[in-house]
Design a protein around this ligand. Sequence first.
Ligand SMILES: [Zn+2]
Length: 225
Amino acid sequence: MLDRKKILDRFLTYVKIDTESDPNSQTTPSTEKQWTLAKRLAKELETIGLKDVSIDENAYVMGTLPSNVDHNVPAIGFISHFDTSPDFTAKNVSPQIVENYDGKDIILNKEKNIILSPNYFEDLLQYKGQTLITTDGTTLLGADDKAGVCEIVSAMEYLVQHPEIKHGPIKVGFTPDEEIGRGAHKFDVKNLELNGPTPWTEVKLESSNTRILMPPVQKLQSMEK
Ligand SMILES: [Zn+2]
């Protein structure tokens, strides 16, 4: 079983680190503060046991979970970005956890009278009975895409701890500056590739901005045992 508390703590740690990007900056990363989470992620990947962990001069973080089978399997990659949108501040994010959501209004901020209501956001009702994580109404949360970063790191940790689950080489990559349209600009694809040059296909997950890179189906089939 995945450790729910650990995943929650991990996510809350990420969102409390301000990584807002800046479209007016010419540097990569566009803001100096993105380095804080980038360095932390690199250290974390090493701690959980990934190999070839790297952080380049533009703050792109990569790591590898080596294959644990003895036949040839194409590599798969998981990518997410750690910056947050400059549309709204991410300073002093104060996450609030609503356990077992009852379907009523959620008071984000009593003082400022900020309410998250299903009268306005009907979709909220789909999450009745679930755990919700909100802000205090004065910042963005940064779930886009720190939720993706958290999912990927947690999945890799789980696979390291469960070698009975067989897999090919898995590469992970975390980028700065996606929110200002530059996340892919300096992405070192060569560094991500393990099995030689492959025309990767990008699959974007519906529920988040996490991207999965897949080798073409034909190659997958030809490499099957
Ligand atoms: Zn995003």
